[in-house]
Design a protein around this ligand. Structure first.
Ligand SMILES: [Fe+2]
Ligand SMILES: [Fe+2]
Length: 257
């Protein structure tokens, strides 16, 4: 079984060349399952941070619809999963009481073009618990909820626990935009039989809204995962920082089962 995971597109601010490079890699890999790890739309209309954006919400969803079409052209009938991120969650929370006649401008599943593209996508809620996680064999995924290496590793152990402690499993998440190669979880010096990784973001690497945080570890990337009854292989590909440049690195984990 082959899965591709990437996310944090933050449309319409998605970095086009990085998105296309990830789609090229995806095309060669021929996944059975495509995971969009969330924060697909930036939804700056509902941000609590200062924003200088001048585009409309409709334009964000138009761009998401265009990206969904590009993904479909590459993965065809593969299973498609969208983990809602905190950006999507924010607008659904703020718009709960908005009159339905103007919801097409605000909520993605009321936007005709984007919603039509989503007809065969499974949409996973933003909720840190079983509803917000999905599991395929030794692979567990969600948007991600915590930040920082310590918080993310702790979240990995919690998520794998919620998935029933499958042995030699990996937790794949996005959210904090740092590209993390497959890392083994541990308690003190004891290594645990679980790993986690993050393919980074396909949005901008140094956006104005992130002034308060460090973006030093933010990278564009994609995770390529393959498992059978005998083995799990995870490759996190850092596709680089400039359109003309080459990919920076590829990190590979292979575990026998
Ligand atoms: Fe994000
Ligand atoms: Fe997020």
């Amino acid at each position: 079984m082959k899965l591709v995971a990437c996310g944090d597109f933050h449309a319409p601010h998605t970095v086009g060349w990085a998105f296309e490079r990830v789609l090229d890699i995806t095309k060669k890999f021929k996944p059975d399952i495509f995971l969009n790890l969330g924060d697909w739309a930036d939804l700056s209309s509902a941000t609590s941070h200062p924003s200088t954006d001048t585009h409309t919400q409709e334009e964000e969803y138009d761009e998401c619809a265009r990206q969904a079409r590009m993904i479909r052209n590459v993965v065809g009938n593969a299973q498609k999963v969208w983990f809602l991120g905190n950006h999507e969650f924010r607008i659904s929370k703020y718009c709960a009481n908005v009159p339905s006649r103007i919801k097409t401008m605000l909520v993605w599943d009321k936007h005709p073009k984007f919603n039509a593209e989503l007809h065969d996508w499974k949409v996973v809620p933003y909720e840190f618990g079983s509803p917000g996680l999905k599991k395929w064999g030794p692979v567990i995924a969600s948007h991600g909820y915590r930040t920082g290496a310590f918080g993310c590793e702790r979240e990995a152990v919690e998520a794998i626990g919620m998935a029933g402690w499958p042995s030699k499993a990996i937790y794949v998440r996005g959210h904090d935009h740092d590209l993390i190669p497959p890392e083994q979880c541990h308690r003190g010096t004891t290594k645990l039989p679980w790993w986690w990784c993050n393919p980074g973001t396909l949005g901008p690497l140094h956006p104005a809204y992130a002034k308060r945080e460090t973006t030093a570890g933010w990278r564009h990337g994609v995770a390529l995962i393959e498992y059978s009854r005998k083995a799990l292989t995870v490759e996190v590909v850092d596709v680089g920082t400039t359109s003309g440049g080459r990919g920076r690195a590829s990190y590979r984990l292979s575990i026998g089962h």
